[in-house]
Design a protein around this ligand. Structure first.
Ligand code: MTE
Ligand code: MO
Length: 375
């Protein structure tokens, strides 16, 4: 069954970890299309890949809801019960570009348990399913005191000798905004096994971790989930925090993905013969309901910036692919970089070290590569 699952992915996926399987696509292919193919979409797993029989599948809506219910896939897909919702949305792992933090201070971060992602732990798909808000309404709404929804994934993972289910939560306000989808389709196809078949949550604008795969229960609770993935992982620490003094209570629980971007072509260390212009391509994305309004690139490490043209379209909940012919006069090794501004005028930290954090999350600093220019 292991091999079968890998057959769902492109053969040239870069395996960031072998087990649990974690992979990202080759970088130039990722920015070819606004919609990432299912075969190329990055995969992030904490543990194994459960096999779920769709005919026996049920979803429990439990906890602090007025009328707890057990729903089948047929119930969820019954359009007289729930209107179907379809959204193009970007999914990004908070570990994207972690390799840059590891390189900055090798051995100082928690890299033993964290996969060394490059720029490809991001992808965009058309997700189809029902809004979780509608399903909660169908169950009579929330009881007094409920303000979070906890998601249970059928996969298990082992940490320090203990076996856990994958469990995370999101606040009710996120659900209420119709930004949490229970999705059974990815780009018009049934969800691939490796992406959570038969049902997953897709939480727009949040870190990928909240988009729970192989979902079998949604529980209404008071306060965020106490499960280890929610409470002890995906925390953002100050630069002073390390292995010796990390306390979960000191970490900030990461939800919204901040604005970030990457140059995907050319590749780092490329040597390019050109006639005064070099073509750059990449992605830009901002979570939390924001969208990129300005992408700027530089060939001198960030002294002089050039703006990517035609940035007027609003890409809501989705990334924006960009390209530019950057004027380049200088010869020799140059530092190319990109930074993006979103519609709230947030932009990216200048250097990796500006935002280093020991759990190595959210490497959103200005992305820098070295290019050898031959004019
Ligand atoms: N859901 C379950 N059940 N188990 C997991 O390991 N990984 C999460 C999230 N949902 C995970 C999960 C993380 S950290 C990310 S970034 C996304 O799934 C990745 O989704 P993908 O593998 O479909 O790209
Ligand atoms: Mo993730």
């Amino acid at each position: 069954s292991w091999k079968y699952v890998l057959e769902e992915k492109s053969p040239d996926m870069i395996h960031v970890l072998q087990f649990p399987y974690n992979g990202e696509p080759p970088r130039d292919r990722l920015v070819e299309n606004e919609i990432t193919t299912n075969q190329d979409h990055f995969v992030r797993n904490h543990g194994g890949i459960p096999e779920v029989d769709p005919s026996e599948y049920t979803l429990d809506i439990s906890g602090l809801v007025k009328n707890p219910k057990r729903l089948t896939l047929a119930d969820l897909q019954n359009e007289s019960l729930f209107p179907r919702q379809s959204n193009i949305a970007t999914l990004q792992c908070s570990g994207t570009r972690r390799i840059e933090q590891i390189r900055q201070y090798p051995g100082d971060g928690d890299e033993l348990i964290n996969a060394p992602w490059a720029e490809g732990a991001i992808g965009t798909a058309r997700w189809t399913g029902v809004s979780l808000k509608k399903v909660i309404k169908h169950c009579g709404g929330l009881k007094e005191g409920a303000d979070n929804l906890e998601f249970f994934g059928a996969d298990t993972y082992v940490k320090k000798g203990q076996v856990y289910n994958y469990v995370v939560s999101v606040p009710w306000r996120k659900v209420k905004a119709n930004e949490v989808l229970l999705a059974w389709e990815m780009n018009g196809e049934p969800l691939p096994k490796i992406h959570g078949f038969p049902l997953r949550t897709v939480v727009f604008g949040y870190i990928g971790a909240r988009s729970c795969k192989w979902l079998y229960e949604v529980r209404a609770i008071s306060g965020p989930s106490q499960a280890p993935v929610q409470k002890k992982e995906y925390l953002y620490y100050t630069p002073q925090v390390g292995k010796q003094n990390a306390m979960y209570s000191n970490g900030f629980s990461i939800q919204d993905m901040p604005v970030s971007s990457a140059i995907m072509s050319p590749v780092d260390k490329a040597q390019i013969v050109h006639d005064g212009h070099i073509k750059l391509r990449g992605w830009a994305y901002s979570g939390g309901g924001h969208w990129p309004v300005r992408v700027e690139v530089s060939s001198d490490g960030g002294s002089v910036w050039y703006e990517v043209p035609d940035m007027t379209t609003k890409y809501f909940h989705a990334w924006r692919l960009w390209e530019i012919d950057l004027p380049v006069d200088a010869e020799g090794w140059l530092e190319f970089c990109v930074r993006t501004w979103d519609n709230a005028l947030n932009t990216q930290p200048t250097f990796v070290r500006s935002a280093w954090n020991w759990d190595l999350h959210v490497t959103s600093s200005c992305h820098r590569i070295s290019i050898y220019s031959m004019n």
